[in-house]
Design a protein around this ligand. Structure first.
Ligand SMILES: C[S@@+](CC[C@H](N)C(=O)[O-])C[C@H]1O[C@@H](n2cnc3c(N)ncnc32)[C@H](O)[C@@H]1O
Length: 285
């Protein structure tokens, strides 16, 4: 994936409501029948398969190859009309309500900027929180048109466009802030560094990147120690982190964030390692 062709203007947000996305295999299942439900469950709990993307899916060439995996055990990943819809809701339920405050914190840090982008926006909830905090010019970016269509159905006043963090389709110094929620631990380390270079390019000098990602604590500590510190939620989040398919999460936790940001022209201004989330803020120098 190359980042060398300069982008001079903003992309035009598609009218997602008018776009009829092609069905993928989970959309053909009848989930009110036992055999299809059983089949789906075998996919959730069975071996991971590669994601199949229809040839006529809009923006097919914008999807990074490593994304063609069933992250979070989601049958066909983020690519289906029916399951992605359920995913956006069930993700928040499975995280026991922690995501709402995490997204609000990401957006709150950016309050006061004139323009912001939610990268890896999924259902667009960080972008929604940015709008609620009075940011006037808010964009959402994601490779999955299925998630973008849903986001545009549910979140008003945000412009949703398709693309990847490694090649952000906006001009240099376009945004005052970037919000990220549960994206960077899903990206291979080399790609995360390419994405950080892109964040630097599209941010104005002094612009902030505000990030919520899973906490390393749940992987590092034993279930007993987690139970002592956090009650039953401690071992619960540990079990969840072990169960869900996230091939790059360990590499993300190993990263020295202070050094990483410094090497890419940022200063780390906050790094709060909580449970189950870590909130990190860096400023472009
Ligand atoms: C765990 S979901 C989080 C979605 C959303 N930020 C939220 O708060 O619910 C991860 C999202 O990152 C997106 N994603 C994965 N790889 C990406 C990449 N390279 N560039 C941009 N988005 C990506 C996925 O499509 C998905 O929407």
């Amino acid at each position: 994936m190359s980042t060398d062709s300069p982008v001079l203007t903003d992309p035009t947000p598609p009218n997602w409501a008018s776009i009829d996305l092609p069905a993928t295999w989970p959309d053909d299942l009848e989930l009110n029948t036992l055999p299809d439900l059983r089949f789906l469950m075998s996919k959730v709990f069975g071996a991971r398969k590669l994601v199949e993307i229809p040839l006529d899916m809009p923006g097919r060439d914008l999807v990074p190859r490593y994304m063609l995996q069933e992250f979070h055990n989601l049958p066909n990943g983020y690519y289906s009309r029916s399951l992605t819809r359920g995913y956006v809701r069930s993700f928040d339920t499975i995280m026991l309500g922690a995501m709402k405050s995490a997204r609000d914190r990401v957006a709150e840090t950016l309050k006061g900027v004139d323009s912001a982008i939610d990268v890896g926006c999924g259902g667009g909830r960080v972008a929604q929180s940015m709008i609620e905090r009075g940011i006037g010019d808010v964009w959402g970016l994601d490779p999955s048109p299925y998630l973008l269509k849903q986001a545009s159905d549910e979140v008003a006043h945000v412009k949703f466009v398709q693309g990847a963090a490694e090649k952000i389709p906006f001009p240099d110094q376009r945004f005052g802030g970037i919000g990220i929620c549960f994206l960077l631990h899903e990206i291979p380390p080399k790609h995360a560094s390419i994405a950080l270079k892109e964040f630097h390019r599209v941010l104005k000098p002094g612009g902030l990147v505000s990030i919520a990602e899973p906490s390393p604590v749940q992987m590092a500590e034993s279930s007993i120690s987690l139970f002592r510190k956090y009650g039953w939620k401690g071992p619960y989040f540990k079990l969840l982190a072990r169960f869900v398919y996230e091939p790059f999460v360990e590499a993300w936790h190993k990263r020295d964030l202070k050094k990483w940001f410094q090497e890419h022209g940022f200063e780390l201004v906050d790094d709060n390692v909580g449970m189950p989330l870590r909130h990190t803020v860096a400023r472009k120098l």
